[in-house]
Write a protein that binds this ligand. Structure first.
Ligand SMILES: O=P(O)(O)OC[C@H]1O[C@H](O)[C@H](O)[C@@H](O)[C@@H]1O
Length: 306
């Protein structure tokens, strides 16, 4: 295992901050201190996460793609900017990539206290296995104060694949909030689902043309630990095995043709929806965590590349 810290701009990099290159076996990661944001995960040279070529990279806005961290708010479920401030904050790095992986830390400061008046410490551990084909992400939230606080969030992983020929299993039987149909609560009957079919279903339910569908759903109480499989629909070949821990809910997100529907997605590549699925361990509105003073909460996502 090797980690190298590079300064902002080093080697011609155009990203928003210093960054860490982390290698183990055939795996390599690029992680910016801005947001503790993973922007690349390669296994044997093949990219497993997706970044929009139109992403803002100068730190003025969050980056589009990779693994953004939403904290202390999930999406627009609160008074803060979308997904909270963690993905736009500069984190610190503690230690190198030993057994524990690389640990990124974010603590409250004057800037965060103006937005959210609580004293906290986030520890985000990023770890590759020896072969480099398994990525383990773990987020610890510590309440450093003496009174309780409440938080939501997610790890907003953008997985790279042919999303139009992909099946996702593990969500059958769960209830979900359909954000593309006025947040109606529905039940997922099928065990294996595809993006086009689900986008069309949401559009139809919302009285829209099928091509205008989105998949933006928070599956409720999906359980912990919870395993998902992402596989090629046409051949059945597995692509990723994903394990969620600690997070109560799971978001499934693909803007489908919506990334071409106007000003909402200026930083999303045209037809980028064909290349991504976001499967996100989530703390949604109904399951927000109340953390007592001095308390700790931990949750994560483990991704095995098949
Ligand atoms: O556009 P962003 O702020 O990065 O958020 C991207 C998406 O994140 C989550 O998946 C939410 O469920 C969506 O409602 C949101 O659109």
């Amino acid at each position: 295992m090797v980690t190298i810290r590079k300064a902002k701009g080093e080697d011609g990099d155009v990203g928003p901050s210093d960054y860490i290159l982390y290698k183990s076996g055939g795996g390599s990661l690029k992680i910016y201190l801005f947001g503790a944001h993973i922007t690349s995960y390669k296994v044997n040279g093949v990219e497993k996460t997706w970044m929009s070529t139109l992403s803002c990279l100068d730190g003025a806005k969050p980056m589009r793609g990779g693994v953004p961290i939403a904290f202390p708010q999930f999406a627009d479920e609160g008074p803060l900017a979308l997904h909270g401030f963690a993905r736009e904050s500069i984190w610190k790095v503690e230690g190198g990539a030993g057994e524990e992986g690389v640990v990124f830390v974010l603590e409250d400061d004057e800037k965060t206290r103006k937005l959210w008046q609580h004293s906290f410490r986030l520890e985000y551990r990023v770890k590759l296995n020896e072969e480099g084909d398994e990525l383990d992400l773990s987020l610890k939230v510590v309440n450093k104060g003496s009174s309780p606080f409440t938080f939501g969030g997610c790890l907003h992983t953008y997985f790279a694949m042919d999303a139009m020929d992909t099946k996702i299993s593990g969500l059958g039987g769960c209830e979900f909030i359909d954000k593309c149909d006025s947040r109606s609560v529905k039940k997922q009957d099928d065990e294996k689902i595809t993006i086009p079919e689900e986008a069309h279903r949401s559009a139809k339910d919302a009285g829209k043309q099928e091509e205008m569908g989105f998949v933006d759903r928070v599956y409720l109480n999906t359980g912990s630990p919870k395993e998902f499989e992402i596989s090629v629909a046409s051949s059945g070949a597995p692509i990723f095995k994903v394990l969620h821990n600690g997070f109560p809910d799971t978001t499934l997100y693909n803007p489908y043709t919506g990334d071409k529907q106007g000003p909402g997605f200026p930083d999303f590549d045209d037809e980028g929806y064909k290349k991504i699925i976001c499967l996100e361990p989530t703390i949604g509105e109904a399951n927000r965590v109340v953390l007592e003073g001095g308390g700790e909460w931990e949750g994560g996502q483990r991704v095995k590349v098949m």
